[in-house]
Design a binder for this molecule. Structure first.
Ligand code: SF4
Length: 999
């Protein structure tokens, strides 16, 4: 007997042709056939081979040969040949054994630093397992590697030997390490195979690693010697693909084409359709359109080289109500439950003693899974809202259980305690593998009702969750159950290590989705297609980095290092072969790929090199191919120029007038941007509470400080020189600092810096004024009002309006002349009143119409960004109330000024509206404010009521910090028909409390 090797062209249908050969050359009625082994690269190929065999045999009774995938075959040989089978452990446990094998100096007693490199070194070990050799030490590892990695490389050989001996000692093995084991067993007990093997057929392999080749050779030589048949079938044209040629050379065997009589179909070119897309939606839509159902399992194959396309595809397929079978590796990272557990781990990693980062804390309690679990429990949502409000008002960056307990009622506390225990407390003291397991178990127990309820009706989510649970059971739990994995591990008492290890397991997991291979529409991963032939084939995402895939770079397995270590260097030859055979094995092929222009977008995708090659070949050979062009079905909405004002809008505005009180910001908002006014006042959209930046928080603190301090001097003279000398203000400062709870908001360094900044800002202000006191330029300071509310009645049509404002500080100072200051506290040291613009206000002729330009003209008279509007509004209110506020009879004998109080501005802590006005101009201006300012207010009201539309701001710098950017964008791109209220289509952070014009 001799080894025979046959080639079967992919277009002749490999598996069916192989069955044809078997039917003529084997006797299926004889039980001896069960000792003939047929080995295929994948399990799916085994299923299809069996299916075709049954279909073609057309016999009532027959015996099957032994049909196994390569993985099953290796396990079978291991069990048959080994005198002492070891326990096969999940691959995820390897890293623990690896860490135990390291020399203690390499570990540096710090698992966190060595963990990453350990996972990368395991890949190096795997390479050597495939080669069946022992790695050498790398005496001169690349300089750029970190010390730990270099140290491991220098001792690679010893570490590997220790690792293998640890496996032996513990009596365990990993499936990826079986290859080398089987090779060694075969060398020792090769004749044993004759007890159970009468013949061997290797079917459809392409390239072999050294250890695999050795196994083949031992098996084949032993069988041939015993005069038993040994055949190899390659799926390739004749002459063969270069990759197969290489394999034949290594095996030292000759190839012959399978005689034509066995070929299922004569070799034929497939019909190929190319589909370039620019977005995933169109890609998926077209894919679904091409799907038609047949009961034949090889009628249609849908190939997904990357699992991520599965989700949008399945969502579309759910409507078709057809049986779908999915077989591909799917990353656990996409699963909500996995993400949720990872969020719990992150919260623990970022925890500082008993405090959690508010962001992490909130992400957990506001997680959609938790909301789904408590969907019907109103008290949960009440509690959630309470916690949200608490965090929004307190602005704590870190939060503890004690902080939360303070705001909860006893019943709420009881409920919250139970959630807290499972989501937080259980994870705080992970001192042993058992604790990790039980913390994990508790999570699953809590969410079980969610899974059980869903499992009655299978959908993609429940389907994936089922696989995920089995992943946890097989790949994660056992690792925390088996004590021998943890014995002698140098950091098994390190809590951080457990978190890190669990995070590693959850992040690197893959769900081996396994659908029924012979029924329904088949959705497969690319490698699952090996040896299959479909009538119709749709391949998604034929793009670079997807086909061929880009595996994450391992810095320990660069080409240079591989050469040093004597490992073979492969590029993409194998993928090239698989792609070619897949295309040619099908009759109609639809290749989908993205083609997006280079540059700006992150979504840039290039068609795969296989697409380029295929097109080039077909053009060269003058073969036909069709490229389908898809223009995006994008209907560009007409951009909205302004928002038409409806009668309903006018009624709402009138209802504000009816209430009587109108605030300064009511007018200011309208002047800034009428659309913003519409969102805020007419729709009542509550802007999202922004997270306060550190300097804004500090500004709020200083404001409060001066408010409290000045309140204690209300209507009393205050001396800044005295204030500076005694330390009373400092104790006030300390008390307030505590109340603000900054230690929960800032890290220790920022806390210290912020406190110093706040103290020096206050001191700076006091020093500046005490200096003026010492120089005699200030003789007396009297605090007349803090947060002083002022009103002015204005008749408007049939309404009696009350204009309203709140002045932060009202101060009377004797500076030779008596001066009244209306101060607004400002945190931003750059904000300055625009004195120069006052002239344009004096010269303003109020427009007679109410269009966009008219409003713009009025707005511009208040300086850039309406800087002066607020101060002038307060000045107006003051003048209207001067009889009560002024101690002098003639207001022209005193100076009245408005300005900003900004202690953080070290040079000018006070900035005034009037600094350089000549006395004549000043008097004219004050009179103008008292008599004419009202006219401007009335013009704004008229515009608000009578203009045809709400206009978008002309000045786009207003949009930069606008809280309504999202609805505004939405609005601009949607037509709003007259009389129809604009609907907010985004669910978000916007509440719906109609704004009070008073605020
Ligand atoms: S984003 Fe700009 S245009 Fe839109 S509401 Fe805000 S300020 Fe107005």
């Amino acid at each position: 007997m001799e080894i025979r090797a046959f080639s079967i062209p992919p277009s002749s249908q490999f598996l069916k042709s192989l069955v044809n050969f078997c039917l003529k050359n084997l006797i299926f009625e004889a039980p001896e056939i069960s000792k003939i082994f047929f080995i295929f690269p994948t399990k799916r190929a085994c299923f299809f081979f069996k299916y075709y065999l049954v279909e073609k045999l057309e016999k009532a009774s027959f015996f099957f040969p032994k049909i196994l995938s390569w993985e099953e075959f290796i396990q079978f040989l291991y069990v048959e040949l080994t005198p002492e089978p070891a326990l096969i452990f999940p691959d995820s446990a390897k890293i623990l054994l690896f860490l135990k094998s390291l020399k203690s100096e390499s570990l540096d007693k710090d698992p966190l630093r060595v963990f990453f490199w350990a996972s990368k070194f395991l890949e190096v070990f795997e390479e050597f397992e495939k080669e069946g050799t022992i790695p050498p030490n790398l005496l001169y590892p690349p300089e750029e590697l970190p010390t730990q990695a270099k140290a491991i490389f220098e001792n690679l050989s010893q570490t590997y030997i220790k690792f293998r001996s640890l496996l032996k000692e513990k009596g365990i093995i990993f499936s990826s390490f079986l290859l080398k084991e089987v090779r060694e067993l075969l060398l020792a007990f090769k004749n044993k195979i004759l007890e159970f093997m009468e013949g061997l057929y290797f079917c459809g392999f392409a390239a072999l690693r050294k250890a695999e080749r050795d196994i083949w050779q031992i098996l084949m030589e032993t069988l041939i010697k015993a005069n038993k048949p040994c055949n190899i079938f390659f799926e390739t044209d004749f002459p063969p693909h270069p990759l197969i040629e290489e394999t034949l050379k290594d095996l030292k065997i000759n190839l012959q084409p399978l005689p034509k009589e066995y070929l299922e179909l004569p070799p034929k070119e497939p019909e190929i359709f190319f589909y370039p897309f620019s977005d995933i939606e169109t890609e998926v839509e077209k894919g679904v359109e091409l799907i038609s159902f047949s009961s034949k399992p090889d009628y249609l194959g849908i190939v997904l080289p990357q699992g991520v396309t599965l989700l949008p595809l399945i969502q579309r397929l759910e409507d078709l109500e057809i049986e779908i079978n999915i077989t591909l590796p799917f990353p656990t990272t996409f699963l909500p439950l996995n993400q949720f557990i990872l969020t719990l781990l992150k919260a623990q990693k970022d925890r500082i003693e008993n405090q959690y980062l508010s962001e992490n804390f909130f992400k957990i309690i506001d997680h959609p899974l938790l909301k789904a679990l408590f969907k019907e429990k109103a008290y949960f949502f009440h509690l959630l809202q309470k916690l949200k409000n608490f965090l929004e008002t307190k602005k704590y960056l870190k939060i503890s259980k004690e902080d939360i307990d303070e705001i909860l009622s006893p019943i709420e506390k009881e409920f919250f305690d139970s959630i807290y225990q499972i989501l937080f407390k259980n994870w705080e003291d992970l001192e042993s593998p058992d604790k990790v397991k039980s913390a994990l178990n508790k999570i699953l127990e809590v969410f079980k009702p969610l899974f059980i309820k869903n499992s009655e009706e299978e959908n993609l989510y429940t389907y994936l969750t089922r696989f995920y649970l089995s992943f946890l059971e097989k790949e994660v739990y056992p690792l925390f159950e088996i004590s021998l994995l943890w014995e002698d591990l140098p950091f098994s008492k390190n809590k951080e290590f457990y978190l890190l290890f669990l995070e590693y397991l959850l992040n690197s997991g893959e769900l081996p989705l396994m659908g029924e291979p012979l029924a329904g529409v088949q959705i497969l991963g690319f490698l699952e297609t090996r040896l299959l032939s479909f009538e119709n084939l749709i391949v998604f995402d034929v793009n670079e980095r997807s086909l061929p895939p880009s595996s994450p770079l391992n810095p320990l397995l660069t080409e240079e290092i591989k050469r040093y270590l004597g490992l073979p260097v492969y590029r993409n030859e194998l993928w090239d072969y698989y792609f070619e055979r897949l295309i040619h094995s099908s009759q109609r092929v639809h290749l989908f790929y993205f083609k997006t222009s280079k540059g700006k977008t992150e979504f840039f995708k290039e068609p795969s090199r296989f697409i380029q090659k295929l097109k080039w070949q077909r053009e060269k050979e003058k073969k036909e191919f069709r490229e389908m062009i898809f223009s995006q079905r994008l209907i560009c909405p007409k951009k909205l120029e302004a928002l038409p004002k409806s009668e309903e809008d006018q009624m709402t505005i009138l209802s504000f007038l009816d209430q009587g009180k109108l605030s300064r910001s009511f007018f200011e908002t309208y002047l800034t941007c009428p659309v913003k006014f519409y969102f805020q006042y007419l729709l009542g959209l509550k802007p999202q509470e922004e997270t306060l930046l550190e300097d804004k928080l500090l500004g709020n603190f200083l404001h409060k400080f001066f408010e409290t301090l000045f309140s204690s001097y209300l209507n009393k003279p205050v001396s800044f020189s005295e204030l500076l000398e005694n330390s009373l203000w400092l104790s006030l400062f300390k008390d307030l600092w505590k109340i603000f709870g900054f230690e929960k908001i800032f890290d220790p360094l920022s806390l210290w810096i912020s406190e110093q900044i706040a103290i020096s800002s206050i001191k700076n202000y006091f020093t500046a004024l005490s200096q003026l006191e010492k120089e005699g330029r200030i003789q007396e300071t009297l605090i007349l009002g803090v947060e002083k509310e002022l009103f002015s009645e204005v008749p408007y049509n049939s309404y009696n309006l009350n204009l309203w404002g709140r002045i932060d500080f009202l101060i009377r100072r004797k500076e030779g002349l008596t001066k009244y200051y209306l101060f607004d506290f400002k945190a931003n040291p750059r904000k300055t009143p625009a004195e120069r613009s006052l002239k344009s206000l004096l010269n303003l002729h109020l427009p007679e119409n109410y269009d966009k330009e008219a409003l713009q003209k009025v707005k511009n008279s208040f300086g850039q960004d309406l800087t002066n509007f607020q101060l002038l509004f307060y000045l107006y209110l003051f003048l209207k109330n001067r009889k009560n506020l002024l101690k002098e009879d003639n207001f022209l004998r005193v100076e009245i000024n408005a300005g900003y109080l900004t202690p953080s501005n070290l040079e000018k802590p006070e900035k005034y509206l009037f600094t350089n006005l000549k006395p004549k101009d000043y008097t004219q201006f004050l009179k103008f404010i008292e008599t004419d300012f009202e006219m401007i207010i009335i013009f704004i009201l008229n515009h608000l009521l009578n203009s045809e539309a709400f206009y978008f701001t002309e000045d786009e710098s207003n949009c930069r910090y606008c809280n309504y950017q999202f609805p505004c964008k939405n609005l601009r791109n949607n037509l709003r028909y007259e009389g129809v209220h604009y609907e907010i289509k985004i669910e978000t952070h916007f509440g719906s409390n109609r704004n009070n014009p008073l605020d």
